[in-house]
Design a protein around this ligand. Structure first.
Ligand SMILES: [Zn+2]
Length: 146
């Protein structure tokens, strides 16, 4: 997916790396940008019509009955980042973007500095989808306990 990028600078004073950060438009309902916690990978994800999202949604809504829909949505987004495919099992995805050099979370983006469009790969769930329903459910329960 092609996403507009904006110029940003790592605010860690000893790093100050210039980074291009992808930002989705306000109209991109159900779409998200995910970054790996080591800052090396940025991926695109659309939850609309995604069977992994639907499954996680069903399990989370059941467990988090006392939470409202917005809070449940935040939990689902978090789980999605934790179950997405990755090469290194310690490096998971979150909705935050981290500096690829020093792993500091990037907090400010200069919206006056659009740098262009960049292609980002989709978040995938091959490993998770290989599990049976019960194992998937147990995995989500386990992640929610952490
Ligand atoms: Zn940095």
């Amino acid at each position: 997916m092609k996403v507009a990028t904006f110029k940003s600078k790592c605010h860690n004073s000893t790093c100050q790396l210039d980074i291009y950060v992808p930002v989705l438009s306000d109209f991109s309902y159900g779409e998200f940008i995910y970054g790996s916690i080591d800052g090396k990978l940025i991926k695109y994800y659309c939850g609309l019509g995604c069977k992994t999202w639907e499954f996680v949604d069903t399990v989370v809504s059941e467990i988090c009955k006392d939470k409202n829909r917005r809070e449940q949505g935040a939990v689902i987004q978090k789980i999605i980042g934790l179950i997405a495919d990755r090469d290194d099992k310690d490096i998971y995805f979150t909705r935050n973007i981290y500096c690829p050099k020093c792993q500091t979370q990037i907090k400010s983006i200069n919206f006056d500095m659009k740098t262009g469009l960049q292609e980002y790969p989709d978040l995938t769930f091959t490993d998770f989808e290989r599990m049976n329903q019960l194992d998937k459910k147990n995995r989500i329960h386990e992640l929610l306990r952490q």
